[in-house]
Design a protein around this ligand. Structure first.
Ligand code: SF4
Length: 322
């Protein structure tokens, strides 16, 4: 529909550590011995966030990083019992500096999610893909049941959530629809999915899997299916990764995700263009690009009711909205 508003979140990323004990074939993000980010680097990132006018700070890491002895050692040195305690502190610092955290640090327990929702506007975890070949060959150390359980626990806790599918890794066509159906079933039960990302795999330095690009028609079918089975959940297309992003807005995608002038920490070879580039491209097609917070407006009341500090800080943002 022409005239429709397309949204994005002005964002910046803090990668608390790239270290990850898993070895997914597509990953160009993971490292083994980097350790935890320093407080000086966090401060420098937040200073940049002020200059860039970001509202969201995306907080990321590898998964289950406490499996590394050097991470456990570093946490102890800094006075933290657990990695989640450290991430909690990072989120508090982000809030105190005038930004809203959105945390995605992989699979988590119910208790960990409950703790982090006190200091996050929203959180996220990609479902990725249910294809058995992908599970066996591409990401053998990731456990699909753990991912679904994390998504369910986030639903029980009413955390506004971002999830999605990762495609173009050699998965079957059926598995893409099946993955969307699982997300739709979760949303039907808990109502917490604010957006789902339909993300195409793009290799990075360090990736060890060849891509299997989808056609425009294949993306269109996925968006149509997603809108059919979960019409109220926004579809996000990453414009720095998907060559068809503008065509996909025309068939129902509504959001471009977080956009950072500092680049994409996962897809380091694919930084975003300037916002004006997206703005002009959309305007030419009759759409309007608009900023949003990392939590969608329909979930504001839910987040305001959460225990902890997040309500106070979110209220300040809501009061400043035009
Ligand atoms: S994709 Fe995630 S879980 Fe897999 S190796 Fe990379 S950081 Fe680790």
């Amino acid at each position: 529909m022409k005239g429709r508003t397309v949204t994005y979140s002005p964002s910046i990323t803090i990668t608390v550590t790239h270290d990850c004990p898993k070895h997914c074939l597509y990953c160009g993000f993971r490292t083994d011995r980097e350790g935890l980010i320093s407080w000086e680097n966090i401060e420098a990132t937040l200073n940049n966030a002020h200059r860039f006018g970001a509202t969201e700070v995306l907080i990321m890491s590898g998964e289950e990083v406490e499996k590394f002895p050097h991470i456990r050692e570093q946490l102890k040195e800094r006075g933290y019992k657990t990695f989640v305690d450290f991430v909690y502190s990072v989120c508090e610092t982000v809030l105190e500096n005038g930004f809203l955290p959105h945390t995605n640090i992989g699979v988590m327990t119910y208790e960990e999610l409950a703790r982090l929702r006190e200091v996050n506007a929203s959180m996220g975890l990609m479902l990725e893909n249910v294809d058995p070949w992908v599970a066996r060959k591409v990401q053998p150390q990731k456990n699909l049941r753990d991912r679904i359980r994390t998504l369910e626990d986030a639903g029980r806790l009413k955390i506004p959530y971002t999830s999605g599918i990762l495609i173009g890794m050699g998965e079957s066509v059926e598995s893409r629809f099946e993955s969307l159906q699982i997300l739709a079933d979760l949303h039907k039960q808990y109502g917490h999915l604010q957006e789902i990302i339909i993300q195409n795999y793009v290799p990075n330095r360090g990736s060890r899997l060849r891509p299997y690009p989808l056609s425009l028609e294949e993306y269109k079918e996925l968006i149509a299916y997603s809108k059919e089975i979960m019409p109220e959940v926004a579809v996000q297309i990453p414009p720095n990764l998907n060559p068809y992003w503008l065509d996909l807005i025309e068939v129902g995608a509504e959001d471009l995700g977080g956009i950072s002038p500092e680049g994409d920490h996962v897809n380091i070879d694919n930084p975003w263009d300037q916002i004006t580039f997206y703005e002009e491209a959309l305007t030419q097609k009759g759409y309007r690009l608009s900023k949003r917070l990392p939590v969608y407006a329909k979930y504001y009341q839910t987040v305001l009711s959460f225990p902890g500090k997040i309500g106070k800080y979110l209220k300040a943002f809501i009061n400043n909205e035009p």
